[in-house]
Design a protein around this ligand. Structure first.
Ligand code: ADP
Ligand code: ADP
Length: 216
């Protein structure tokens, strides 16, 4: 399974990816996580990406594209992959298509998780993660259990200000990726409101339907 998860910031991509990669036994490639690791490790890439991330801006295409193409060339991606947070611009989508074409490969599905703008800020500002396991929590919707609650951390870009900037970027730069995949018959639209388990069921049901449709 070669698939993409796309959607506004806070739509639940990371939450859903966590379950989907277990189910499909594919690596989870989150460009946001890769950049956060690079920043933490103090690499040259991290240094270049950090200011853009803090401001809620997109990291320039050439840096993101090079990082993702390199990652997709690693052996664990031979049987498929889940891209989370990439592509986020039309040039990124075109670069990915070119790289897959060159390798004689194609995508199976692009899952768009849809959540209305009014719900995004609450999701983003309430997000916390466990630095030990990477598990994503929400102060209201999925509170961390006792024993974990005192060690959860908030992302530096999960402020209301950076959230607004990211949402604007999403509409300006990422939304144009949607018709690109819709035109190829790969897009699956998923309603992202409801419990994470309900959203997961919607995704797996839609993917099954897509697979049986493409097999017939
Ligand atoms: P969210 O979970 O809010 O959707 P991510 O964790 O995917 O955010 O990304 C965090 C930040 O990393 C983005 O705001 C952006 O600065 C940078 N980033 C991640 N993926 C990309 C990408 N494909 N293109 C450009 N910038 C990216
Ligand atoms: P993204 O990767 O798209 O930015 P996350 O998976 O990190 O989104 O989710 C953003 C926040 O919303 C997290 O705090 C997460 O616990 C919470 N969340 C995820 N899915 C749901 C859901 N279906 N209902 C309510 N909150 C959710």
């Amino acid at each position: 399974m070669r698939m993409i998860l796309i959607g506004p910031p806070g739509a639940g991509k990371g939450t859903q990816a966590h379950n989907l990669v277990k189910r499909y036994q594919i690596p989870h490639i989150s460009t946001g996580d890769m950049f956060r690791s690079a920043v933490k490790a103090g690499t040259e890439l991290g240094r270049q990406a950090e200011a853009y991330m803090k401001a809620g801006d997109l990291v320039p295409d050439e840096l993101v594209i090079a990082m993702v193409i390199e990652r997709l060339g690693q052996p664990d991606c031979e049987g498929g992959f889940m891209l989370d947070g990439f592509p986020r611009t039309r040039p990124q989508a075109e670069a990915l298509e070119g790289a897959l074409d060159n390798a004689g490969l194609s995508l199976d599905a692009v899952v768009l998780i849809e959540v209305a703008d009014q719900l995004i800020e609450e999701r983003i500002t309430g997000r916390r993660s466990d630095p030990e396991t990477g598990t994503i929590y929400h102060l209201k919707y999925n509170p961390p259990p006792a024993g974990v609650a005192d060690r959860v951390v908030q992302r530096g870009d999960d402020t209301s200000e950076a959230c607004k900037a990211r949402l604007t970027k999403y509409h300006d730069d990422t939304a144009p990726v949607i018709p690109f995949y819709e035109g190829k018959g790969l897009l699956v639209r998923i309603h992202g409101v409801g419990s994470p388990d309900e959203v997961l069921l919607r995704i797996t049901t839609a993917l099954k339907a897509l697979q049986s449709h493409s097999a017939s």
